[in-house]
Design a protein around this ligand. Structure first.
Ligand code: BTN
Length: 265
């Protein structure tokens, strides 16, 4: 797998020397964080063939069966305060969607902030974890985990996900995890170079691919759902919404359900 990915990367890709492949691990984000704490450089990539404790946002698990998905984490060390990286997850979503588009006939849409969507189902997701230096207040490292379902058939998903999850195979756009890993390593590097200098352009592209914009949504907070319309995505990655009572807000975190997706009627 490792040699295959390296062979697919453009010559002299600087991250090619820093690729780590693990047959099995609990979570590539955990492995990448351990490496980051030991001083692993910007652009270190950890890929696993299987995760036994794949993690998603909001404490959820991420189904990670052997050989069927891409389980990928990268360490970035942008020398900036955490507030300058609020759009990071959106930018990664765009890079992941671009990587799928480069190796298949399909371009996933993005459900704010970080689900990859094809045919109204979830193809993958992103889990970003930041460590900030207490003294300088700058980001020490960001570990960005990306999971993409590649070769799963319906029966490969846990029963509770079968209605809402999809894979590239099920979308008629099959790609192998190694091919996708190489494409993602290219698009993520390009993204990391534009992240701070081309924030407006990145976020404009993100908004164009974001399926949430213009839709009726539910904003879930403290166990309560408020209905709203998603108006747009701001340059810091927050979702601009208007509630039924006319009040507007920029939602920065939390859970948003989109009418028509994942069984939300
Ligand atoms: C989500 O859907 O909420 C995010 C899913 C993120 C899954 C990826 S797989 C690689 C990395 N390792 C993990 O444990 N999680 C991320």
């Amino acid at each position: 797998m490792l040699q295959e990915i390296k062979a697919l990367l453009s010559p002299a890709h600087p991250w090619g020397q820093q690729l780590v492949y693990l047959d099995v691990t609990d979570s590539t984000n955990n492995a990448a964080k351990a490496l980051a704490r030991q001083g692993a450089p910007h652009g270190t990539v950890v890929i696993a063939g299987q995760q036994t404790l794949g993690r998603g946002r909001m404490g959820r698990s991420f189904s990670s069966p052997a050989g069927l998905g891409l389980y990928y984490s990268v360490i970035l060390r942008p020398a900036c305060p955490a507030e300058a990286l609020l759009h990071l997850t959106c930018a990664v979503g765009l890079a992941a969607s671009d990587a799928v588009a480069h190796c298949t006939c399909c371009t996933p849409q993005l459900k704010w902030a970080n689900d990859l969507i094809v045919d109204g189902k979830k193809l993958g997701g992103i889990l970003t974890e930041l460590s900030v230096d207490a003294r300088t207040k700058k980001v020490d490292y960001a570990v960005i985990g990306i999971g993409i379902n590649c070769l799963q058939r319906e029966q490969d998903f846990p029963p509770e996900l079968r209605e809402t999850a999809t894979s590239l195979l099920l979308c008629g756009a099959a790609a192998r995890p190694a091919t996708l890993a190489a494409a993602l390593t290219e698009t993520l590097r390009a993204m990391s170079q534009q992240l701070l200098s081309e924030q407006d352009a990145l976020m404009r592209d993100y908004a164009l691919r974001c399926i949430t914009v213009g839709k009726e949504i539910g904003v879930l907070r403290a166990g309560e759902v408020r209905h709203a319309r998603a108006l747009g995505v701001d340059r810091d990655g927050s979702l601009r919404v208007r509630y039924a009572d006319g009040m507007c807000e920029c939602v920065r975190s939390g859970e948003v359900s989109v009418r028509g997706l994942y069984g939300y009627l």
